[in-house]
Design a protein around this ligand. Structure first.
Ligand SMILES: [Zn+2]
Ligand SMILES: [Zn+2]
Length: 839
């Protein structure tokens, strides 16, 4: 046995670490070992076994966790490629690839005790306690820990420590004081996860309901509350809000969702003590769907273009060498049937395939179809799986029990053997890009994995990304076209409404134009279904003071807060912070605060007013909380129980609804005003996708597209269903501006909670970039990021554009080394290679 092994440990450092192998231990390359790292024990992946003595003293590995590799040679290579290409710490890459964290990690968790609650209560009243000589800083940290645990169940040590910055010693001290309890929760707890649910007790439920009714009926709730004789219920505003929220939610709410209300945590405990609310523990259940799916035989009857597409794919699979294909099929052309037929053939040959779908694409109905075609040989990996379930699926795949894998982004790492085919559906979808370290793009990783495996890869889309279509045009991928809808159904007619003209003619800003209103009325009269897209949730996106002109911004972000009327709160859509609805301006105390603009919640209300008879449903992240909600909404549409569906881009993606004959698009072009070079492409894709929802059944469809940018080419080409026209025009802009696909692009973001640090660090790196020779690379910046403050961080960035990817990555690597020399923390320098967002 060699004497040393190199181990990738999941820490934010761009290197592996060398350990010595004690006699008797037999680690394997691609297997996991437990190693001491700083003060902790961590697991890592063995990358190499060797006899090269390192220059520094090494520690022994503690345990060998696997006798067989968990990552085969191909996945190890893929991981190294990702670390290299995306400049991501290698240990973090492997942690992302391997969903087995829950299995062997010793898990310590903490919970607050009754004494802890009491201490928290006292600290809140007196400000500080003088019971020891501990530093004020320690007391503050203790307070943070108690506050954090106050309404949560068992919290794992890593998340507790990262949220409160408490040291282990401090936590041990708190355990000794019996403020918190500590438990080893390795293994068993995952299987029976529970959650706390707040339940409104019945007597009071009635009172709370009455209040809500009163309030929505009366126009001045404050006055009414004061003058109306109350029964025995004396409540402060926070308690009242909490009870109202609970009542509005039907009397039960998981405790963790109440935390978004921005109400002191003690409020809930007080209400529990007063007997108004009870906390119950319930199993946090998991299920694919509660709805029964109808069994229907899957039809593999393909039309000639579909057959030709299938032929090309299977030919590539049989060749057993890498081949990339771009399947460009208009909306409704039957791409999914081609995917499934190809995967069926691969399975019949005893080989494996992976189908990647966007986050929103994996509904229970899709899962049901998959089970129909592949029975038990399919493993479905989606974001709602618990760690335990994910690990189970991983083992099934590893054992070869499931040779068809369908899943979102990380399914690209599924440990299948004899991989023959990877399909990336809706390859342009931005959910394939992971927006945290490692910032990989699953589509590009899929192409690389197929290359390493000698497999075929199919990228499918109605609106391919510029990059992929460009690659096809350059013959890097074979281009397969499905130019027609199935059964020769026509693409919908698109009518553009110029909203500036609408304003001139009606004298006021309209949300729904006269034409769209008329069309909706006609469809409803014919009992046909209508879908309206407004890609902005909430009621009003802006609250403005008419006296001083300031907007209400999030306290953590440079972002206007959105008014959510039903929930009676303001919310930041970037960090989730919520605040009460302001009665006066926070800056100048003026009472002239105005709520401006329209979100999906307001649009729904507006449509109710215009079409009181219509059955209206809304789909956005406020109405769709779980997978069931979404599925129920789609089922309601298919069953004809909904006349009018309002929603954000969630309604635009891939759903096959047959009764929709009219699609209205309201304000989908607002993205065109953003300082982002992909804005036109995104708008074109969204407009094409949503227009594709119309006329998928017997009756032809129509789209009414309201816009303030009616001359913009993204709008014009989308209206003409002309992808190639859009592509050629957009490509010219990219070429002039040296943007992808004409350059490799990276965004380097410097962030810190302290503005001075962020400024100083970006200045340091800016000077270094200036001094360094880097031919053929343009460095823009440092500049304030378009969103200069986000989630409490101040943000500055550089945009790098290079003709050569090798040179770009070399420069980035040197920049990271410089940052390390200048003691800039690695976690505060974010390198985003092939960034999708420059905001
Ligand atoms: Zn003001
Ligand atoms: Zn925010």
């Amino acid at each position: 046995m060699p004497h040393f092994c190199d181990v990738a440990v999941a820490v934010p450092l761009d290197m592996a670490f060398t350990y010595s192998i004690p006699s008797g231990a037999n680690p394997v390359v691609g297997g996991r070992v437990l190693v001491p790292f700083r003060q902790q024990r961590m697991s890592g992946i063995v990358l190499d076994l060797h006899d090269r003595p390192p220059t520094v003293k090494t520690k022994n590995i503690l345990h060998v966790l696997d006798t067989e590799p968990v990552l085969d040679e191909q996945l190890l290579r893929l991981g190294r490629w990702i670390a290299d290409y995306y400049l991501a710490p290698i240990g973090e890459v492997f942690r992302t690839m391997l969903p087995l964290g829950a299995e062997f990690k010793k898990k310590i968790a903490y919970r607050i005790t009754e004494q802890g609650h009491m201490a928290l209560h006292l600290a809140g009243m007196s400000g500080s306690s003088a019971r020891s000589q501990r530093t004020p800083e320690d007391q503050l940290t203790e307070f943070r820990v108690l506050d954090f645990l106050a309404e949560r169940d068992w919290i794992a040590e890593p998340s507790l420590r990262s949220s409160t910055r408490a040291s282990r010693a401090l936590l041990s001290g708190m355990v000794r004081k019996k403020w918190i309890a500590r438990e080893d929760v390795s293994g068993a707890r995952d299987a029976t996860r529970t959650m706390k649910v707040a339940v409104l007790l019945s007597v009071e439920e009635k009172i709370a309901e009455e209040e809500i009714d009163d309030r929505s009926a009366g126009d001045s709730p404050a006055v009414e509350r004061a003058t109306r004789p109350r029964t025995t219920l004396k409540l402060n505003d926070n308690q009242r809000t909490l009870l109202d929220t609970l009542a509005a939610a039907g009397g039960r709410i998981p405790v963790h969702t109440l935390q978004s209300l921005d109400i002191p945590r003690s409020t809930l405990s007080t209400l529990v003590k007063r007997g108004l609310i009870q906390i119950q523990e319930e199993p946090a259940e998991f299920h694919v769907s509660r709805l029964k799916v109808q069994a229907k035989p899957f039809a593999f009857e393909l039309n000639p273009p579909q057959k030709e597409a299938l032929r090309q794919i299977t030919e590539s699979v049989t060749a057993k060498t890498f081949r990339g294909m771009l399947l460009h099929g208009v909306t409704g052309s039957g791409k999914t049937a081609v995917y499934l037929a190809a995967m069926r053939q691969v399975l019949d040959e005893g080989r494996s395939s992976i189908l990647l779908v966007p986050e929103i694409g994996l509904t229970p109905a899709v899962a049901a179809d998959l089970h129909q075609v592949f029975a038990d040989e399919v493993a479905i990996l989606h974001s709602a799986l618990t760690d335990q379930e994910r690990a189970e699926q991983w083992h099934r795949i590893k054992r070869g029990e499931a040779r068809v894998v369908v899943g979102t982004r990380s399914a690209v790492f599924a440990p299948v053997s004899d991989l023959a085919l990877i399909i990336v559906d809706e390859e342009q979808d931005s959910s394939y890009k992971q927006e945290e370290t490692p910032r990989y793009h699953a589509r590009d990783v899929a192409v690389m994995r197929a290359k390493m495996a000698g497999a075929a890869v199919v990228l499918g889309s109605a609106t391919p990304s510029l990059e992929s279509y460009y690659n096809a045009k350059k013959n890097k991928y074979a281009l397969i076209e499905l130019p027609d809808r199935v059964e020769k159904r026509p693409l919908p007619e698109v009518e553009i409404i110029d909203m500036r003209q609408e304003y001139e003619e009606t004298g006021q800003e309209q949300v729904i134009s006269r034409k769209l209103a008329e069309e909706i009325g006609e469809r409803l009269a014919k009992r046909e279904q209508v879908m309206i897209l407004l890609n902005r949730r909430g009621y009003s996106p802006v609250v403005l003071c008419r006296t001083c002109g300031k907007k209400l911004e999030c306290k953590n972000c440079a972002i206007a807060m959105t008014h959510h009327k039903r929930d009676r709160r303001m919310e930041c859509h970037y960090c989730g912070h919520s605040a009460p609805v302001p009665k006066q301006c926070a800056h100048c105390s003026s009472e002239y605060v105005y709520f401006l603009g329209t979100g999906s919640e307001k649009l729904e209300e507006l449509l109710h007013g215009m079409f009181p008879q219509a059955r209206i449903a809304r789909v956005d992240r406020d109405t769709v909380r779980g997978r069931d909600d979404f599925e129920r909404m789609l089922a309601g549409m298919n069953a004809g129980e909904i006349d009018l569906l309002v929603g954000t881009q969630m309604i635009a993606k891939g759903h096959d609804l047959h009764g929709v004959t009219l699609v209205g698009v309201v304000g989908a072009d607002s993205a065109l005003g953003l300082p982002d070079f992909r804005a036109a492409e995104r708008t074109f894709q969204l407009l094409t996708q949503v227009a594709g929802r119309a006329g998928r059944g017997e009756s032809p469809g129509k789209v009414v597209l309201q816009t303030y940018f009616q001359d913009h080419y993204a709008v014009q080409y989308a209206a003409q269903h002309d992808f190639v026209g859009f592509y050629e025009k957009e490509l010219r802009f990219r070429s002039w501006m040296h943007y992808p696909p004409y350059s490799a692009l990276a965004n380097v973001l410097i962030r810190s909670e302290k503005m001075n640090d962020a400024l100083e660090w970006s200045g340091t790196l800016g000077r270094w970039f200036e001094k360094t020779r880097h031919e053929g690379i343009r460095v823009l910046g440092p500049a304030a990021a378009p969103i200069v403050r986000l989630k409490n961080d101040y943000r500055y960035h550089f945009v790098l554009k290079a003709a050569s990817r090798e040179k770009l990555n070399k420069l980035l690597r040197e920049m990271l080394a410089e940052a390390a020399r200048k003691k800039i923390p690695r976690t505060q320098v974010i390198v985003d290679v092939d960034a999708l967002w420059l905001m």
